[in-house]
Design a protein around this ligand. Structure first.
Ligand SMILES: [Zn+2]
Length: 332
């Protein structure tokens, strides 16, 4: 059972009821005559008692203050959700996703301001189109709303673009194909006195660094601290050997960052490739305001920067991106 403000949802915007207009709805009305229908018998607008009636939705005048208790599978429950999705104004890009002129580019995609607002705006469009697919008679009524929502999403995307470094996106794709190799080569003789397995520690630092770069949680250019954090975690409060271990991690990772940078530079000059991506909506979490993003920060950055076209009907974007980025995207 859920409480739905049917009067608010259905009255204000001339929404077409389609076949649902023939659905009977129960409510309370003043004893005299056929007045406004109320969802709750104790509504303040009902002055002189009330009686319960059952009328067709199409002819009913619904109280804007009342909520109607509806079963989850009542045909009007889903319809009210669909209409609300199409009415909800999407996030205003001017305030939520305006680029900060002082912001430095080359930040990891995850930290780029406005990514969240843009993904929310995308989600609103995707859910809007899904609502129209479910209740097809809404199409004409919904069209200008869908166009406006898509415009909001596009403006929000454009606000994100200058804040994501395309070179770093390619560098992350280059890192994805790297292997740890023989990490022990950078270990000093004295590592035997560290009191832990030096090679295992370096492999762990490498794996952490690799995962953070590939997911876009860290910009490749600024990824060394992530690898070093594995050393701090392994040594805990112990200081003996820690600085040597940090040096080893630096010797291991710094050339790899440089290698990724060179790979990105070489690839950037090559012609791009086209690919398609189904844009996933944000997922509703346990709390309605906390939504999970199925896209990694890197994938979101790629979509923002390289989107060439989007078909909201199918929810698919066409991307024109450097080859390693396309390959990495296809790998999932
Ligand atoms: Zn009422």
């Amino acid at each position: 059972m859920r409480l739905v403000r049917l009067g608010t949802v259905l009255n204000n915007s001339g929404v077409p009821l389609g076949p649902l207009g023939a659905v009977d709805i129960e409510g309370h009305t003043a004893v005299a005559g056929r007045g406004v229908l109320h969802g709750q018998g104790n509504c303040r607008a009902l002055e002189s008692g009330s009686r319960k009636v059952r009328v067709q939705l199409a002819g009913a005048q619904l109280c804007g203050a009342c909520a109607w208790p509806l079963e989850e599978d009542h045909p009007l429950s889903g319809f009210a959700v669909a209409v609300t999705r199409l009415e909800t104004p999407a996030v205003a890009p001017d305030s939520a996703a305006a680029p900060d002129p002082m912001a430095q580019p080359a930040v990891p995609a995850v930290r780029a301001p406005g990514v969240r607002a843009w993904r929310r705006a995308q989600t609103a469009v995707l859910l809007g189109y899904a609502a129209v697919r479910e209740f097809s008679w809404l199409e004409q009524w919904a069209q200008p709303r869908l166009v406006a929502m898509a415009d909001v999403a596009e403006r929000a995307r454009r606000a994100v673009v200058p804040l994501v470094d395309p070179g770093d996106l390619i560098a992350a794709a280059c890192v994805a194909s790297m292997e740890p190799g023989h990490v022990g080569a950078v270990l000093p003789q004295s590592s035997a006195t560290w009191g832990l397995d030096g090679e295992a520690l370096l492999r762990q630092a490498w794996a952490q660094w690799h995962a953070e770069c590939v997911s876009g949680t860290m910009s490749v250019a600024m990824s060394l601290p992530g690898a070093r954090s594995a050393v701090y975690a392994a040594f805990g409060r112990r200081r003996k050997g820690r600085d040597e271990a940090l040096d080893s991690v630096q010797h291991l990772i710094t050339p790899l960052i440089e290698q990724a940078r060179q790979c990105a530079e070489a690839q950037r000059a090559l012609p791009g490739r086209r690919c398609e991506l189904a844009i996933p909506p944000l997922e509703s979490g346990a709390w309605p305001t906390v939504q999970g993003d199925p896209l990694t920060p890197w994938q979101a950055g790629v979509l923002a920067v390289h989107q060439a076209d989007v078909d909201w009907q199918t929810g698919r974007a066409v991307l024109l991106a450097p080859a390693p980025v396309v390959d990495r995207l296809a790998a999932g």
